[in-house]
Design a protein around this ligand. Structure first.
Ligand code: G1P
Length: 275
């Protein structure tokens, strides 16, 4: 039902310097697979096969990753190494990839608005690849599309975070209309501990209806002087309805070194290498 998924990937990845000096943070691998590939696999599992990536300067590696590498493929053709490329070849066969550049870093809301040219007027998913999610048998984006199918409005995914972490996130308040599903009444981007309306933090998965682009165009800069998707979604929640969904699964903040190490150990063990 939703075909397109947007990947904002223009940021500098400063939390991961010096690794990200010449390499996009989205190609940092967890075990042997780049973060963005996990994200694209999750999108495809949700039926989103038109992949739209917002890039910036120094992000060529992203485009190359989803393209044929003739020399390499020629070299390993017919060898046992070929199996290592099975997953990425499958993605390349099933998905289309489009790119546009965000020329100035003016926030996540601005990055998403930059994607309007690739998305058009239809609902779409957004995945922030450094929030790596294992939805166990059901990808988080696939879980969210089921909510969208029933309510036809924007949906954000949330999880409970400890009070001392809340200032790193967009935070929601709302009424629980079903188990784990909230109708949003308030949202604050990166609140101080006393401003936080709850302990329910937004994580990097969104389904957005296309009127969000019109709202983003009129959204003034917010926290950090940046155009915030959280602010635009609050406007949308007041005008119509936005839902927050407590996803089932586990999330790793791979934009931080601690989260990256945790994810690496987790996926290494899951591949059957642990112990
Ligand atoms: C962004 C959003 C924030 C959200 C977070 C999830 O922040 O602005 O609302 O909670 O992603 O990872 P960032 O981490 O890009 O600063």
């Amino acid at each position: 039902m939703i075909r397109k998924c947007l990947f904002p990937a223009a940021g500098y990845g400063t939390r991961f310097l010096p690794a990200t000096k010449a390499m996009p943070k989205e190609v940092i691998p967890i075990v042997n697979k780049p973060l963005i590939q996990y994200g694209v696999e999750e999108a495809l599992e949700a039926g989103m096969y038109d992949i739209a990536i917002i890039t910036g300067r120094g992000k060529r590696a992203l485009e190359d990753h989803f393209d044929v590498s003739y020399e390499l493929e020629h070299q390993i053709n017919g060898t046992d190494k070929e199996a290592c490329l099975t997953d990425i070849r499958r993605l390349m066969d099933r998905c289309t990839f489009s790119y546009t550049r965000q020329k100035e870093m003016k926030g996540l809301g601005h990055a998403i608005l930059t994607g309007e040219t690739l998305i058009g007027r239809e609902p779409f998913g957004v995945i922030l690849a450094d929030d790596l999610c294992d939805g166990y048998s059901n990808g988080v984006m696939a879980q969210m599309t089921r909510i969208y199918a029933r309510y036809r409005c924007s949906v954000v995914s949330i999880e409970e975070v400890p009070q001392n972490q809340i200032e790193k996130y967009g935070v929601i308040a709302g009424s629980e209309i079903e188990d784990g599903l909230f109708m949003i009444s308030n949202m604050v981007e990166k609140p101080g501990p006393e401003e936080a309306p709850s302990n329910l933090a937004i994580i990097g998965r969104y389904i957005l209806t296309p009127d969000i682009f019109d709202i983003l165009r009129e959204t003034p800069p917010g926290r950090g002087g940046e155009i915030q998707i959280t602010d635009a979604l609050l406007t949308q929640a007041k005008r119509s309805m936005v839902l927050a969904y407590k996803f089932k699964g586990r999330r790793f903040d791979c934009g931080s070194v601690a989260g990256f190490v945790e994810a690496t150990n987790y996926y290494y063990e899951r591949m059957g290498n642990g112990g």
